[in-house]
Write a protein that binds this ligand. Structure first.
Ligand code: F6P
Length: 322
């Protein structure tokens, strides 16, 4: 391996810049030429590729978003799109890749390896934390803390007005953000796609809490949970109980902002480990974590399995919010 390419793909996540920085600086320290591919697979197909130097990475470890920009591409899902991308990579002489992204991005990387023998190591970067094979993904800790800050503020106004709030967090089809934020934010109820809470159960709990003197409550709901989005939930609650719940959808603010120390450290370690793995001849794998330890997981496994949020966090939150 002499020339490597690095790109970020899918939804951006705080800490992606720290990962790019680690790939570039460790790569250059190992005498590699490092190329940045802009806008993920979109830029790979459009030939938006440039050589990166040490100083290009100055002052980015603390910045949210991704300096390489990102993209979601349907064209790359087709073999013709990947042919175009592979031609550009080969023209630059890029002989290995580091892909920072989620499972859709890894499916693309796996296909590039299978069809064009371009080796790739994945680094899991998504606020959703829904990547099989890694306990933690880059951006999750920051997103949880960002959402938590908002929830603490909402709790002040909920308590002042004796109100019920429904706060919707991101996570696509997974409840990691919801369960973590719910437990850490002292939520009375948490709706997650993996969970089994119903509107009736939630109402029972809220009414029971009220009879014990509780005057305000917070429900955290994941955008992908079964009874529907936050406004649907509020409507169902209103119909069943007459309670007029306030809705707050936190949205994309959860994706932005300066990464926490935990995310910067995770991203730096994973980026460095990805380059190391390529130099040792590994490919078609992802760097993951098991506890504090970094591990290597075949991309094929990563993309074929789902990772589910822990329901024990939700039941604990229920017990603690009495
Ligand atoms: O995967 C990260 C994520 O923020 C999800 O939580 C969310 O469902 C999705 O991306 C939103 O994507 P977009 O920014 O393309 O609307």
């Amino acid at each position: 391996v002499t020339k490597i390419g690095v790109y970020t793909s899918g939804g951006d996540a705080p800490g992606m810049n720290a990962a790019i920085r680690a790939v570039v600086r460790v790569g250059i320290a190992q005498n590699l030429e490092v190329y940045g591919i802009h806008n993920g697979y979109v830029g790979m197909m459009d030939n938006k590729i440039e050589r990166l130097q040490l100083r290009d990475m100055a002052n980015i470890i603390q910045r949210g978003g991704t300096v390489l920009k990102t993209g979601r591409s349907t064209e790359f899902m087709k073999p013709e799109g990947r042919v175009k991308a592979a031609q550009h990579l080969k023209a630059f002489g890029i002989d290995a890749l580091v892909c920072i992204g989620g499972d859709g991005s890894f499916r693309g990387a796996h296909a590039l390896w299978e069809e064009h023998q371009i080796p790739c190591v994945g680094v899991p970067g998504t606020i959703d934390n829904d990547i099989y094979g890694s306990d933690k993904t880059i951006g999750f800790d920051t997103a949880v803390n960002t959402a938590l800050e908002a929830i603490d503020r909402i709790r002040d106004t909920a308590a002042s007005h004796d109100r019920l709030f429904i706060i919707e967090v991101m996570g696509r089809n997974s409840g990691f953000i919801a369960s973590h934020v719910g437990l850490a934010g002292g939520a009375e109820e948490i709706f997650a796609p993996e969970g089994n809470t119903t509107v009736d159960k939630a109402l029972d709990r809220i009414k029971e809490a009220k009879s014990r003197g509780k005057t305000s409550s917070i429900i955290i709901t994941a955008e992908g949970q079964k009874p529907g989005r936050a406004y649907d939930l509020a409507e169902a609650i209103r119909k069943k109980s007459g309670i007029d719940a306030k809705v707050s959808i936190l949205g994309h603010q959860q994706r932005g902002g300066s990464p926490t120390a935990a995310d910067r450290i995770l991203a730096s370690r994973m980026g460095a480990a990805a380059v190391d793995a390529l130099l040792k001849g590994y490919c078609d794998i992802m760097i993951g974590t098991e506890g504090e330890r970094l591990i290597q997981v075949p991309l094929d496994l990563v993309t074929k399995h789902e990772k589910k949020a822990q329901l024990d966090l939700i039941s604990l939150a229920n017990i603690l919010a009495t």
